[in-house]
Write a protein that binds this ligand. Structure first.
Ligand code: PEP
Ligand code: MN
Length: 229
């Protein structure tokens, strides 16, 4: 499934492949990912497509394995305030994608990035992935205003994850376009060969077909904006 997905991502013009080997699930009874076995699959996908790969280190134990296998280390929303983990990430020789804590302010987020940058790892990518609000119509509330604020405060690239923000595949294309239009430095989109059968996050995953359509639309929008994808 990963190799098939990777091929679709590469052919549609995606730049980086993200797949979860270790999954930070809200319930301990939910599928937790395939772990180290999946790190090997990610490397196979990189060899097949040439795409750099990114995957999450859910804790201190996983970090060395992830830093060895992946081109970029992801630190998830639930770990944005895990300062011991951030200190260790400051010392890895990989770029780090630090996602926004879903209950964290922009200021707390910007301070968390400094654990990495001041600690010696300046190759940091930020990701707005939605925050908790009173609104239950979407899984989280995508805080688009954080994107230009964080770009200005940190001078780091800020990408947007409309998939985890909304939890709803129907809302992913319009919010991806909004992210591009407002100047986000990248978009992270969750896709699956058969979203209905996905073991995790199927409701928010685009089918290959809808992803391909979205990529064509994003490229047209980027050209219109004088930006490149
Ligand atoms: C993910 O990106 O796979 C993920 C679990 O997202 P978040 O940490 O934003 O919940
Ligand atoms: Mn997910």
């Amino acid at each position: 499934m990963l190799l098939e997905t990777a091929t679709v991502v590469a052919e549609a013009g995606g730049h980086i492949l993200r797949g979860g080997a270790f999954k930070p699930r809200s319930s301990p009874y939910s599928f937790q990912g395939l772990g180290e076995e999946a790190l090997e699959y990610l490397q196979e996908a990189r060899e097949l497509t040439g795409l750099p790969v990114i995957t999450e280190a859910v804790g201190i134990d996983e970090l060395p394995k992830v830093a060895k296998a992946a081109d970029i280390v992801q630190i998830g929303s639930r770990n944005m305030m895990n300062y011991p983990l951030l200190r260790l990430c400051a010392a890895v020789s990989r770029p780090v994608l630090l996602k926004r804590g879903f209950a964290s302010t922009v200021e707390e987020y910007s301070q968390a990035t400094e654990y990495l940058t001041a600690g010696g790892n300046t190759r940091v990518i930020l990701c707005e992935r939605g925050i908790r609000t009173f609104e239950r119509a979407t899984r989280f509330t995508l805080d688009l205003s954080s994107v230009p604020l964080l770009q200005e405060m940190t001078s780091l690239p800020v990408i947007v994850d409309p998939s985890h923000a909304t939890g709803d595949a129907r809302l992913v294309p319009p919010l991806a376009k909004a992210a591009l239009a407002m100047g986000a430095d990248g978009i992270m989109i969750e896709i699956h060969p058969n979203p209905k059968k996905a073991l995790c996050d199927g409701l928010q995953s685009l089918t290959f077909e809808s992803f391909q359509t979205l990529m064509v639309e994003l490229k047209a929008l980027a050209a219109h904006l004088g930006r490149q994808m």
